[in-house]
Design a binder for this molecule. Structure first.
Ligand SMILES: [Zn+2]
Length: 370
């Protein structure tokens, strides 16, 4: 409703028009009615053409942008429809999911930690289950001499107790890294519309978050698989950390945060992920006799598929490129990329659970590492 519609008029007998309100009343009316309307205009969503240069990132998303909104308005815009709403929520819900999994693992709630039984684990953690099969499999393969798992009491079998002295911190480092990435991404999408400087700062935090998630994802598999030979820890974890530092330092340059360097950023992150091929092949050789090898490999391949497909959407900007304006609110590439990142992290979580249980099963000293 426009402001002028609020002022009523009537006609005198002589046909002369007269305001129903005195001048002061009209002014008061103007003051009262102007503020909400002005506010509404001020925080209206705008089109791509109206954006300041620093916000022109994706020319295939035509409408529903927020520009230079105060932090408070930006915060509450999480509950409004605009072209970042689903970007905020996809990663915020991912953060909540991983927070729940972290709490479930800390409190040792197995069903929840297994994501309500979705992930198959190498060793049931219930004490009344026969766990000697793994032992026999490993022993029969002749690669390891294992402790007698049947001597382990049910209470010791609780994964949280670390009965083989297996540290759980690498597992929680991965969960922490994932939560940091998902939350910083969500915050970045919510508040980047505030100002150019805020946008640059949050984008850097977002890139740091992605880098931390990739680095911390390496911790559990490398730590547990090569637990018996710390040299490999240093080699692989050192290697990925150096790559991560290089990535962060490179992306601190504001120029590299622009849309023009979208492909370059995806290449940097993908290279970090692909670095994992080296320890993965090494791990396959080490664990060739592990009966759960293929299962773990399947999860990790699923993770690689989700991440690389996500990177593909991120760079190609499909489907909005095909029908500009159609996917402004829902279904554009960045939202698909977000969902695939959460799915990739979940696949890695499943693999990590199995690797941790496997290491808990066989201990360390007696496992031969080539
Ligand atoms: Zn994002």
């Amino acid at each position: 409703m426009s402001f002028n519609e609020g002022v009523s008029t009537c006609k005198r007998k002589g046909g002369k028009q007269m305001n129903l309100f005195s001048d002061s009343n009209v002014k008061k009316k103007k003051r009262d009615s102007q503020s909400p309307i002005t506010r509404e205009k001020r925080y209206a969503l705008v089109s791509f053409r109206e954006l300041p240069e620093y916000m022109k990132d994706n020319e295939f998303i035509l409408n529903y942008y927020r520009v230079n909104w105060p932090l408070k308005e930006a915060f509450f815009s999480g509950l409004r429809w605009h072209n970042e709403t689903l970007n905020v929520w996809t990663h915020f819900l991912g953060f909540v999911l991983f927070l729940g999994l972290t709490v479930a693992n800390l409190m040792e709630v197995p069903r929840v930690a297994d994501l309500l039984g979705f992930f198959t684990r190498s060793m049931p953690i219930s004490g009344d289950t026969n766990v000697s099969q793994d032992f026999n499999d490993f022993h029969a393969a002749g690669t390891t001499k294992l402790i007698d798992l049947q001597q382990i009491t049910p209470s010791e079998m609780d994964r949280g107790s670390g009965y083989n002295g297996v540290a759980e911190w690498p597992f929680f480092v991965f969960l922490g890294g994932s939560m940091f990435c998902l939350l910083s991404s969500s915050i970045c999408h919510l508040f980047s519309c505030h100002s150019h400087s805020t946008s640059l700062f949050l984008l850097r935090i977002d890139y740091v978050g992605i880098t931390i998630m990739i680095i911390t994802s390496f911790f559990p598999p490398i730590y547990y698989i090569f637990q018996c030979d710390s040299n490999w820890h240093y080699a692989y974890l050192g290697g990925i950390t150096i790559m991560g530092l290089f990535t962060v330092v490179t992306l601190l340059s504001p120029k590299l945060s622009t849309g023009k360097f979208r492909g370059f950023r995806a290449l940097l992150f993908s290279s970090m992920g692909l670095f994992g091929i080296v320890p993965a092949i090494h791990a396959l050789i080490v664990n060739w006799s592990n009966p759960n090898r293929n299962m773990v490999l399947g999860y990790e391949l699923a993770m690689a598929f989700f991440y690389l497909t996500g990177a593909g959407f991120y760079v190609s900007r499909i489907p909005e490129r095909l029908k500009p304006g159609w996917f402004d609110l829902a279904g554009h590439s960045h939202q698909i990329f977000h969902v695939l990142v959460v799915m990739g992290a979940l696949a890695h979580y499943g693999a990590t659970l199995m690797i941790l249980d496997w290491r808990n099963n066989i201990g360390c000293q007696r496992n031969i590492v080539v």
